[in-house]
Design a protein around this ligand. Structure first.
Ligand code: ADP
Length: 191
């Protein structure tokens, strides 16, 4: 199986690039942000709980997030592999994912980290707010919070995979196609 973690700060382009990767490699795309938004839309108990955190730009608690992600993985019938987008975002989430994949006799192949500087991220999120309808994109204070949470809680996850020799940095600046080509090259050179 090919299991990829697509990593990077909010606005780095994970969603856009995920679409390219699933198409080429036939992977199942699991975005915890999308899963939370699905629950929110359907007003499930999980969605209502998640909203209180998402609206502030905070992380949803690990236990809730991990359980939701596990269920989504186990639901798949003979997947070729996964692309994890927006997960893991903390070290406990990363070790829970390792445990789950070990149970399934597989593992993470690579973490691809889209690297984009902060000013560019803010510009992109402001632009996305115009058509995403996401309230967490519209407010500069919430955006700043998400970026702060990224630095504090999520950035260490990079070291988790780097210590397993699985982290590959990808320059996230340039055209969408150019960045896709960098991602494909990184995957193809490691598989
Ligand atoms: P972005 O990366 O653009 O900020 P996402 O769509 O990945 O947005 O996530 C939106 C929100 O959903 C996050 O700000 C957070 O509140 C919640 N969320 C998503 N993934 C996780 C996760 N792995 N752990 C905890 N909270 C999460």
């Amino acid at each position: 199986m090919l299991n990829i973690v697509l990593f990077g700060p909010p606005g780095a382009g994970k969603g856009t690039q995920s679409e390219r990767l699933i198409e080429k490699y036939g992977l199942v795309h699991l975005s915890t942000g999308d899963l939370f938004r699905y629950h929110l839309k359907h007003e499930t108990e999980l969605g209502i709980l998640a909203k209180t955190y998402m609206d502030q730009g905070h992380l949803v608690p690990d236990e809730v997030t991990i359980n939701m992600l596990k269920a989504a993985v186990l639901e798949q019938d003979e997947p070729k592999g996964f692309i994890f987008d927006g997960f893991p975002r903390t070290n406990p989430q990363a070790s829970a994912l390792d445990e789950l994949l070990t149970e399934l006799h597989t593992q993470i192949t690579l973490m691809l980290g889209l690297e984009v500087e902060e000013e560019e991220l803010k510009t992109r999120l402001k632009q996305r707010a115009l058509n995403s309808g996401r309230s967490d994109d519209a407010d500069p204070e919430i955006i700043a919070n998400r970026i702060a949470v990224y630095h504090r809680e999520t950035a260490p996850v990079k070291d988790y995979y780097a210590s397993q020799n699985k982290y590959v940095a990808i320059d996230g600046i340039g055209s969408i196609d150019a960045i896709t080509a960098r991602l494909f090259a990184a995957i193809d050179s490691r598989t």
